[in-house]
Design a protein around this ligand. Structure first.
Ligand SMILES: [Zn+2]
Length: 548
């Protein structure tokens, strides 16, 4: 009985040019989604949607295969298999790593990532389950190519004995219906469609940003003025440094010996978060008018353009690679500076320590310009941590967390070493500026933090986990004595340092301490202002951080 059913099914499919063997291949990626997905996808409805969506795509490709002329059948067959397996791999590994569906904003971040970041990401996330998943999905292909070369030749790519018209109609209906179902209900489950629309949006955003932010002039800030006679203001933009691993913020290890020495001279903010935990999304908000209330302003401007408009000589000195798949958002913003120094242009290596920026800072500080605004973009404590500091900064090496394994302890030690090196860089910049004995400040914040086995069981940052160490960042300013001659002292206002602040409003704080007046100024958003108003701190896609 059972054999008879199989035989009749086999007969049906072979009349469509699909052997039973081929059929199993077509459904292999789907069967992996069904079985593995059951354990990885957190909600049953979500799981069901993924399975149906993937089933529709499988049927669609199989239908197309049935119509392919014989000469091209092998090609279409192998590419369908590769496509289905790859999609299934991306989908399931994302669920494994983050516990959520791959999203448009995740894709956005991927488009912005350059090759060396990708390899560092893989280095960090490639683990045994991911490799097993990969082998599971591609096993049939590997097996076929390596061991069963002959078997491949036996695949029957026969061009159907004439298909009866009714079957052609049925087949066509199947293709159309599954295509329609995907388009209608499962767009979000389909990575291809999702990538396509997300990429279009990404390119458009990039275009707008480039057209508005990459040029020195911007009409929106044309009313800007500054009345200083002389100034040397420095803004240091950090990378991946969490306040959770900083001695200044109460971390148990001595990761800030240099800054602790001058703690009294710092205005150290204790309750500051970043709006997003990915560099591009965070910096887009921190360095421009963009915020959650106004996510895509038609007229956007950056801190660099504001400084230009107020008559400063501007400098952008960066140890971050200027090229992503396209230019990255921080490069676009930096391009508005009148003087640009990108030291990490060597391509793949990506291992230049931040200390290499100091001679440039020194040189720029000596330039005979009355009013300077210097932006320093560090590589900071970005993964891979061990690449971020020179040998002599190998300070922590013990097993500080016996509850964790050796590899985790290694991550913690290298991260803490990188944080300690970062500490010496910020102190060195402050010392150089201090020597000038002029009207000056040095501000420092990090774009976001990393969670290094603090709340999550990982070393890194991603919005899908979005833990506290990723959002809670250092923010401090050192002011010179001459700076305070022209204004009241911020360091005396203790209450200021406890203010709950979201760096998405940094532009207004920046304007205030740079003594820049401009038409769009909103003092209620400046953490230094007497008019400051605490507002809900939104993060991620608009969640209230303090209610999380
Ligand atoms: Zn970052």
């Amino acid at each position: 009985m059972f054999q008879r059913i199989i035989k009749s099914v086999r007969c049906e499919f072979s009349s469509l040019g699909i052997s039973f063997y081929l059929l199993w291949w077509f459904f292999h990626p789907l069967s992996v989604v069904v079985v593995v997905g059951f354990f990885l996808i957190p909600f049953f409805i979500e799981y069901l949607k993924e399975v149906i969506a993937f089933g529709c795509l499988t049927v669609l490709l199989m239908g197309l295969y049935a119509f392919t002329p014989r000469a091209m059948k092998f090609l279409v067959y192998i590419s369908s298999f590769l496509l289905l397996s790859s999609l299934s791999f991306v989908k399931l590994s994302f669920f494994h790593l983050y516990g959520v569906k791959i999203s448009a904003s995740a894709l956005f971040v991927i488009f912005e990532t350059n090759a060396s970041e990708t390899s560092e990401f893989l280095e960090n996330y490639l683990n045994v389950p991911i490799i097993i998943l990969f082998l599971l999905l591609f096993m049939p292909l590997i097996w076929l190519l390596v061991f069963k070369r002959k078997k491949a030749k036996q695949f029957k790519f026969e061009n159907t004995r004439k298909k009866p018209p009714i079957k052609i109609v049925l087949l066509l209906a199947l293709i159309i219906v599954s295509g329609f179902i995907i388009q209608w209900k499962f767009k979000n489950e389909n990575i291809l469609l999702n990538s396509f629309s997300s990429y279009q949006e990404y390119s458009k955003t990039k275009e707008i940003l480039a057209s508005q932010l990459a040029k020195t002039e911007n009409n929106l800030v044309s009313d800007a003025t500054n009345s200083d006679d002389e100034a040397a203001y420095v803004v240091i933009i950090g990378e991946s440094t969490s306040s959770w691993h900083m001695q200044l913020y109460g971390y148990k290890r001595e990761t800030n010996p240099k800054l602790v020495e001058i703690k009294n001279e710092l205005v150290l903010f204790n309750n500051v978060i970043t709006p997003n935990v990915h560099t591009i999304l965070a910096l887009e908000k921190i360095l421009t008018f963009t915020n959650f209330e106004n996510p895509k302003p038609n007229q956007n401007a950056s801190v660099v353009q504001l400084a230009n408009a107020a008559g400063f000589e501007t400098y952008w000195i960066s140890n971050q690679q200027p090229v992503g798949i396209h230019e990255s958002i921080s490069t676009i913003i930096g391009n508005a500076a009148k003087n640009k120094y990108f030291i990490a242009t060597e391509g793949y290596k990506y291992t230049i320590h931040d200390g290499a920026l100091l001679p440039i800072v020194e040189q720029v500080l000596q330039e005979k310009k009355k009013k300077k605004l210097i932006f320093l973009h560090l590589i900071g404590t970005h993964v891979a941590y061990y690449k971020r500091y020179p040998k002599e900064f190998e300070f922590f090496g013990t097993l500080s967390r016996p509850d964790l394994d050796k590899k985790a302890n290694e991550y913690i030690n290298t991260y803490d070493n990188a944080t300690r090196y970062n500490d010496s860089i910020i102190r060195a910049v402050i010392d150089k500026v201090k020597l000038l004995d002029t009207n000056s400040y040095v501000a420092y914040f990090s774009d976001h933090g990393d969670d290094v086995y603090d709340e999550a069981n990982i070393a890194g940052h991603n919005e899908y986990l979005g833990t506290k160490p990723m959002y809670e960042v250092p923010f401090m300013v050192w002011f010179s004595e001459k700076y305070y001659k022209n204004s009241e002292s911020y360091s005396k206002k203790e209450a200021l340092k406890q203010r709950a602040y979201n760096l998405e409003d940094f532009m207004y704080s920046f304007a205030e301490i740079s003594r820049i007046k401009f038409a769009q100024m909103d003092s209620t958003r400046s953490v230094f202002s007497n008019q400051f108003i605490e507002r809900p701190r939104l993060v991620k896609d608009g969640e209230n951080y303090d209610k999380k």
